[in-house]
Ligand binder design. Structure first.
Ligand code: UD1
Ligand code: CA
Length: 453
């Protein structure tokens, strides 16, 4: 096959999103919408891949910086899709006979479809092959006007279409493969005499028809795939479709997901075999969950690594934490960034842990705050314990060594160290270090006075 390059249009503001940010950076399943299109383009491998950026160009380019080999063209003013292609032409290599043109707002597009499009173009077309689709609701899309040989005469945009043209349900998906020569020959002739005052790439089709080199169509079999995301309603639609693919993927990999429609799993999450995900869970960002875990209902887990055989009990909130194997967290636990839980530890209900290490086999079972602490092995922290880590200005560290036992309702005023196997009497306020093997207690002695009659 001859060389084919790709131009990916991503310079538009996306007015219909009514957003301060660029449309293509809106996330779907935790990943910017444009990443899906970039991934499909990279897989299809028609290179170079030239991304046209414009509105918030730096943000878009920065967001794509992890992909190697992309080239960027700047469209300074957003004057339409035709103008966007003009901005990229100087990066098309001389030997690229065809160019795939697609938009950054079609996240469901599959790479195989691009391959089919290019194959058809190479086999059958002298000018362009348009990926077309018949859709039940064509609103918002350009409509394809065809002649009786099924060649495309022109494309009319929603805003320019007559009432009759709006009834046509054969639409332009915005994805094409075009001869480089045709683009170079015709693009200069584009005009802005349309409802939006823009240079429409789609006008190229009528120009090609008029010079006797009509564009042909490839009809997309799957109309879901070509959905263009223009509004937040479309965004929600794309999101639900991609999420469905994600849950199905993990179920096929051996994860049990009860009521998958209620579970939100980002594209970036990974799950291990025989893990069970109960309803209403949010597993987000860079979260990795091992094998044989149980995630009970209503948890919010973001950017967290969870090893094998861990149980997260219901309604726990966990962010940027690390949980080693065989631990139990929750119900109603809050692990804030930097919680590092060693194997077989237990964090119980209404416990908050922040930037702390909890050693192997240690238990923090109820109503406790542990912050900026380093807790050894087999430590037992009684209900109502608070590490007082903040003096209003600075954060201080609490160290509790292996085997210590902290009685209920203890305040540990940091910086403070509790030694190995030490014991703290319930209700103490500990302001001084407690040496290994000692009992620390600081509370007034109980008096029992006779009741007055
Ligand atoms: C476009 C097509 C329409 C098609 C639809 C499919 C045109 C004129 N219309 O309409 O026929 O049915 O896609 O989804 O092409 N962009 C730029 N620079 C610009 C303007 C847009 O890079 O100056 C980019 C946008 O970032 C976007 C893409 O081009 O990724 C399409 O622009 P958009 O405004 O969404 O076009 P539609 O109105 O959807
Ligand atoms: Ca669009």
């Amino acid at each position: 096959m001859k060389r084919t390059a790709t131009i990916l249009l991503a310079a538009g503001k996306g007015t219909r999103m009514k957003s301060k940010g660029a449309k293509v950076l809106h996330k779907i399943a935790g990943v910017p919408m444009i990443d899906y299109v970039v991934n499909s383009s990279i897989t299809a491998d028609f290179s170079p891949i030239i991304v046209v950026v414009g509105y918030q160009a730096e943000d878009v380019q920065q967001s794509l910086s992890r992909y190697h080999g992309l080239r960027f063209a700047l469209q300074k003013e957003q004057r339409g899709t035709g103008h966007a292609v003009i901005s990229a032409m100087h990066l098309i290599p001389d030997d690229a006979e065809d160019v795939v043109i697609l938009c950054g707002d079609v996240p469901l597009l599959r790479p195989e479809t691009l391959t089919r499009l290019v194959e058809k173009q190479c086999r059958e077309s002298q000018s362009a092959t348009i990926l077309a689709a018949r859709v039940p609701d064509p609103f918002g899309y350009g409509r394809l006007i065809t002649d009786n040989e099924n060649k495309v005469v022109r494309i009319v945009e929603e805003t320019d279409a007559t009432f009759e043209e709006k009834q046509i349900n054969l639409i332009n998906t915005g994805i094409y493969c075009v001869k480089t020569k045709i683009i170079k020959e015709l693009l200069g002739g584009l005009k802005t005499d349309n409802a939006q005052g823009e240079f429409y790439l789609t006008d190229l089709v009528e120009m090609a028809y008029k010079i006797g080199k009509p564009a042909i169509m490839l009809e997309a079999g799957d109309t879901e795939e070509i959905l263009g995301v223009n509004s937040r309603v479309d965004l929600a639609w794309a999101e639900s479709s991609i999420r469905k693919h994600i849950t199905e993927h993990w179920m096929l990999e051996g994860v049990t997901i009860l009521n998958p429609d209620s579970v939100v799993i980002d594209k970036t999450v990974s799950l291990g075999q025989d893990t069970i995900i109960y309803p209403n869970n949010y597993l987000l960002g860079n979260t990795k969950i091992g094998e044989d875990c149980i995630i009970e209902p209503n948890c919010f887990i973001a950017d967290t690594t969870i090893s094998d055989c861990v149980t997260i009990r219901t309604s726990s909130v966990i962010e940027e934490s690390n949980i080693a194997k065989k631990s139990t967290i929750g119900p109603f636990a809050h692990l804030r960034p930097g919680a590092d839980i060693a194997p077989s530890a237990k964090i119980g209900n209404f416990v908050e842990v922040k930037k702390s290490f909890i050693g192997e086999g240690s238990k923090v079972s109820h109503l406790t705050y542990i912050g900026d602490s380093d807790i050894g092995k087999r430590v037992n922290i009684g209900a109502g314990t608070i590490t007082c880590n903040y003096d209003g200005k600075n954060k201080h560290k609490t160290i509790i060594d292996d085997g210590a036992f902290i009685g209920s309702n203890t305040a540990l005023v940091a910086p403070v160290t509790v030694g190995k196997e030490a014991l703290i009497g319930a209700g103490s306020t500990i302001t001084k270090d407690v040496p290994d093997g000692h009992l620390g207690v600081s509370r007034s002695r109980q008096k029992n006075l006779k009741k007055r009659k």
